[in-house]
Design a protein around this ligand. Structure first.
Ligand SMILES: [Zn+2]
Length: 380
């Protein structure tokens, strides 16, 4: 065997690079670090843009939009194309997009499918990640599909149902005592020791996958954007990925205007809400309290400035709700036949708040993505 034959074959799309969202510095995709030397997060530069002519109408998964995804490899479990259901709730009709019907039970599969496709393309065999549940379960599943080893650092409070799910896919589970931030530090240390950090909040490939939510929703609505969208937000990655998607749709002339983007946070941990309220460029410094919405209990959202900018540009806002309000919204939604986890219910309670406040009115087209299944158990 020659030396050349022993090297991994690197396929993939030409012309792509990482660009720091904070300072603009560019890095090659081979960069060992998961963020910029300045501490800023990467976005992807040079990826293909949306055009209505480019979609594949015969493809019944998010790969319908593959021409606009920055990967040539395809690691898929059939994710995407989730239903949109209208319900009368809080005195108006709202639409709910059932993102919890993805292969692993949460919206995370949109981003993970594209991230793991990239990893496979680059010949990466082993990854590390930290998560309180849904992102790790998603990564573990897609790594199983791709034949990649996954080691997941989880905070010790993570829901047992989610831990069982992660282990079932064959990932190695490493419980970390302490907070969510301690699990993140353990993953970063493993990454510095040579493992690839397949982070659902640092990797821009996740944002690229989440853009398909916007493409798909616009297509479901007959090529228009809703008036309002409400996302449960921790790091705010889902909101930001959707914003990028809608921005591309508007640039391509596929929709005429952006939807108003609202982030819903738990009162006990609301750095985006506080930053928005105070008119700051980034999230406020906060000390997180306890909440049942573990999936969004993020004290320092790594893309906070970009998320707040997207919210302001779209004339949206940030709303906070108590655990009691989230639980009541979870019950109310279940009485209409949809069973979601507490983190997802934060956005439903947020809808109620925004309706009561008059920010969202009857007659407007309002969509709430339901991000995670109630079958996941416990908090999250
Ligand atoms: Zn930078």
């Amino acid at each position: 065997m020659t030396l050349l034959a022993a090297l991994p074959i690197i396929r993939g799309m030409a012309g792509l690079s990482f660009r720091c969202a904070a300072c603009g510095r560019e890095y090659p995709l081979e960069a060992a670090s998961w963020n910029c030397a300045c501490g800023g997060p990467f976005e992807l530069a040079g990826g293909p843009a949306f055009s209505r002519a480019g979609l594949e109408p015969g493809e019944w998964s998010l790969w319908r939009y593959r021409a606009f995804l920055p990967v040539e490899e395809r690691v898929s479990l059939g994710e995407g194309l989730t239903p949109l259901v209208a319900l009368e709730l809080f005195g108006l009709e709202a639409h709910f997009k059932l993102e919890f019907l993805m292969p692993t039970g949460s919206f995370k599969d949109r981003g993970t499918a594209v991230l793991v496709s990239f990893l496979k393309e680059r010949g990466i065999r082993e990854v590390v990640e930290d998560s309180s549940g849904n992102a790790a379960a998603s990564l573990a599943a897609y790594c199983a599909r791709a034949g990649i080893r996954a080691r997941i650092f989880v905070p010790s409070y993570a829901s047992p149902a989610k831990l069982r799910q992660i282990e079932a896919y064959g990932a190695e589970l490493v419980p970390v005592p302490g907070s969510r931030a301690d699990a993140a530090r353990a993953a970063e240390a493993a990454a510095r020791a040579g493992s690839y950090y397949a982070s659902h909040y640092w990797s821009p490939f996740v944002l690229e996958g989440l853009k398909t939510f916007a493409y798909e929703l616009a297509e479901q609505l007959g090529w228009r954007a809703p008036d309002n969208l409400i996302f449960p937000s921790g790091h705010g990655t889902f909101l930001l990925g959707a914003y990028f998607g809608f921005r591309e749709l508007a640039q391509a002339g596929a929709i005429s205007r952006l939807p108003r983007l609202f982030a819903a946070q738990a009162e006990a941990c609301a750095p985006l809400a506080e930053g928005f309220r105070l008119g700051l460029a980034g999230p406020a410094e906060i000390t997180p309290g306890e909440t049942i919405a573990e999936g969004i209990r993020i004290a320092r959202p790594v893309r906070g400035p970009q998320v707040l900018k997207a919210i302001r540009e779209s004339a949206g806002g940030v709303v906070t709700v108590s655990d009691a309000e989230a639980e009541a919204a979870q019950r109310e939604l279940a009485r209409h036949g949809l069973y979601v986890e507490p983190t997802s219910a934060v956005a439903v309670a947020g809808l109620q708040r925004l309706v009561e406040r008059g920010s969202i009115r009857p007659g407007e087209l309002t969509v709430v993505p339901l991000t995670g299944s109630g079958l996941k158990g416990g908090s999250g």
